[in-house]
Ligand binder design. Structure first.
Ligand SMILES: [Cu+2]
Length: 126
């Protein structure tokens, strides 16, 4: 369809698509509450690992974890007493966590024995 739009509309369309992509990354819902001040950490998890875009932040703050299940079975992501739902392969979920103190925080998958198989690690607030 878009190939029939005039050039300026195509540009607008590209911007709209880029915005939609950001929204999808940020949240599956449309609550629009993405805090501009929050640090975002991308988390990819599968059998049996987590890969974080960063494993530490400078000073206590609010962090939005965007967890994507890149594996083939269900996983979740838990940190500092908060956790995402258990999600199937290909699903993404957003978890907003406020770290009030400096320290080391363990993150893990709570499904079966996934943590002991490697789905765990340490996130540092320095
Ligand atoms: Cu898991």
């Amino acid at each position: 369809m878009r190939r029939f739009t005039i050039r300026s509309l195509s540009v607008l369309g590209a911007v709209a698509i880029a915005s939609l992509t950001l929204v999808q990354l940020g949240s599956a819902s449309s609550d629009g509450q993405m805090a501009a001040t929050a640090t975002t950490v991308t988390v990819r998890g599968g059998e049996f690992f987590f890969k974080l875009s960063t494993k530490s932040i400078a000073s206590p703050r609010k962090v939005t974890f965007v967890f994507k299940n890149v594996g083939h079975v269900a996983h979740d992501f838990k940190i500092n007493g908060r956790k995402t739902p258990v999600m199937g392969p290909g699903k993404t979920s957003r978890l907003i966590v406020t770290f009030k103190k400096k320290g080391k925080y363990t993150y893990l998958c709570t499904v079966d024995s996934h943590a002991s198989l490697g789905m765990k690690g340490t996130f540092t607030v320095r």
